[in-house]
Design a binder for this molecule. Structure first.
Ligand code: ME8
Length: 516
């Protein structure tokens, strides 16, 4: 099985903050889960460079060389994800030649399908959204999402994409399939397509811009940034440059991004694909329809201590700053656990500290530490003989629920289920009191500790997609070889009884050290 997943490509007008990190961590977790399932995984990330926002940010920074600015900022984004342990397969920049070639091919296909038309247009444009706004979108003459910026009045000759030709096809896609998730977003996008869909300008006059890909055959126009950016999901896997690669990976299996860009991904992109597929066989499925991204999940937005994340408030936290204090695994755990996937939420460092101390330190770290320390002490530093399936620690149902949660992209539910198991395991220790029982019934203690050690190995597997570093530390403390353990893959790794009695244990060390 192949699994191709992508995140939005972010603007480089600023540095990454934990909002971007959240989306990227969700995608990374799902990519890691599928790798454990032994799927062939492609996980793409990247940056959206052909935007006026980037030019304005460069000017505000007092710089003049756009290429140098874009190179530097693209580097900042890539480095942030690398430093954060995001295991992406490829990082695409929309100024790359491979991307431009794919965009040109796609434009020509849409044109051949008869869906592009030159029209005179006058309207209000929001650079913040990189989108035209109608009177109904506006609040007191401003874009409600960017109230600090004035809208620009544009009157130009532009190429238009006949988006409304695809209204019915989009409604069918949205209503009859699970293309849009979660349900609340499905309703939102359905209403938009039904009542507000309009043809859309997909070019701008080149003289008023200094970024963007030229319209094929018309140097006086540049391609609208969203039309270009949305195609990154195709070009990163070879559309326009490598047919074999493209056929291997396309269509993408899963897209995750914020609710702010739902319309672009769940209305504009599928309509563009439906149009281009009519003229480009590479984009067609067996029945001649378009090969569309299989599913889009729009998650909510979160605030920081109740406030919108913004540069002017100075609360745009770099994920690496938090990771240096709590560890990247703890930050990943916190973001995925604290925010219900699909809903809006709030980030607060106080909550992060609380969860670090209770969920991670007291519940998870303590369990592993106590179990390994007791086993070492009572059984000569090795895994004890005994496999007590009555102890209630082995829980196949929970394991299946975790598998199902990850497979349905619900990292938050997977973690909630795992923590039920961890709390149960801690309770077993409290109830059975192996530290007392060892004096009278060492055989019973051997059985309990075997199960608890095995549970540690098991839960390490289950948290691996979210907390890979922690899982590896646990395996090392259990005396397991990382490579050997990982080579088993998810299904074999989660077969109960993987620990061999008599096998020497490693050194117990706190997984989540006390905060200073
Ligand atoms: O829209 N909470 O890029 P962008 C949760 N270039 N997620 C957040 C967030 C928050 N407070 N703030 C940002 C663009 N995000 C386009 C995309 S794709 C072809 C082009 C995340 O830099 C979330 O995923 O404005 C949101 O959709 C994205 O960053 C917007 O990033």
């Amino acid at each position: 099985m192949k699994f191709y997943i992508n995140t939005p490509i972010y603007y480089v007008n600023d540095r990454p903050h934990i909002g971007h990190a959240y989306t990227t961590i969700v995608a990374d977790t799902l990519a890691r889960f599928h790798r454990l399932k032994k799927d062939d995984v492609f996980f793409s990330v990247g940056v959206d460079e052909n935007s006026q926002k980037n030019v304005q940010a460069m000017e505000a920074a007092g710089e003049k060389d756009l290429v140098a600015y874009l190179d530097r900022m693209a580097g900042v984004w890539k480095q942030t994800w690398q430093d954060s342990g995001i295991a992406f397969t490829d990082f695409i920049r929309t100024t790359e030649e491979r991307h431009q070639r794919g965009v040109e091919r796609f434009w020509n296909a849409v044109k051949k399908s008869g869906d592009i038309e030159l029209r005179e247009y006058e309207g209000w444009y929001c650079v913040g959204c990189e989108a035209f706004k109608t009177e109904t979108d506006m609040v007191e003459d401003k874009c409600p999402l960017h109230p600090n910026k004035n809208l620009e009045r544009l009157k130009e000759k532009n190429y238009f994409f006949k988006l409304t030709n695809y209204r019915q096809a989009l409604l069918d896609l949205i209503e009859k399939t699970d293309f849009v998730q979660p349900e609340s977003r499905r309703h939102e996008i359905r209403n938009y397509v039904k009542d507000h869909l309009a043809d859309i300008s997909i070019s701008r006059e080149a003289k008023s811009l200094n970024v963007g890909i030229s319209v094929p055959g018309d140097e006086s126009q540049r391609i609208y940034v969203w039309f270009d950016a949305l195609l990154n999901y195709l070009t990163v896997v070879g559309y326009g440059t490598d047919e074999e690669m493209f056929q291997k990976w396309w269509p993408a299996d899963f897209w995750v991004g914020g609710k702010d860009i739902l319309k672009f991904h769940c209305a504009l992109l599928p309509a563009m694909m439906m149009s281009a597929a009519k003229s480009d066989p590479l984009l067609q499925n067996k029945d001649g329809g378009a090969l569309l991204v299989k599913q889009c999940f729009a998650h909510g937005f979160f605030t920081i201590d109740g406030q919108k994340i913004s540069k002017s408030l100075g609360n745009a936290i770099d994920p690496r700053d938090l990771a240096s204090k709590y560890g990247m695994d703890a930050l990943r755990y916190f973001l995925l656990r604290e925010i219900t996937f699909g809903e809006d939420g709030d980030f607060s460092e106080k909550r992060l500290q609380e969860r670090y101390e209770s969920d991670l330190g007291n519940t998870f770290g303590n369990l592993v530490n106590r179990v390994i320390a007791m086993s070492k002490k009572y059984f000569d530093g090795a895994v004890p003989q005994g496999m007590n399936q009555e102890s209630g620690i082995r829980n196949e149902e929970l394991c299946a629920a975790v598998n199902h949660a990850y497979a349905s992209h619900r990292c938050d539910s997977a973690l909630a289920a795992i923590w039920v198991g961890l709390i149960r395991a801690n309770k077993t220790i409290e109830e059975a009191q192996p530290f007392k029982l060892i004096k009278t019934d060492p055989l019973a203690v051997a059985k309990i500790l075997y199960d608890l050690l095995e549970a540690c190995r098991w839960y390490a597997w289950m948290v691996y997609p979210v907390m890979p570093g922690t899982a590896e530390k646990i395996w090392a403390q259990l005396g397991l070889d990382r490579e050997k353990e990982l080579s088993k893959g998810w299904d074999e790794g989660l077969q109960w009884g993987g620990l061999i009695p008599g096998q020497p244990l490693g050194e117990p060390e706190p997984l989540f050290p006390r905060l200073p």
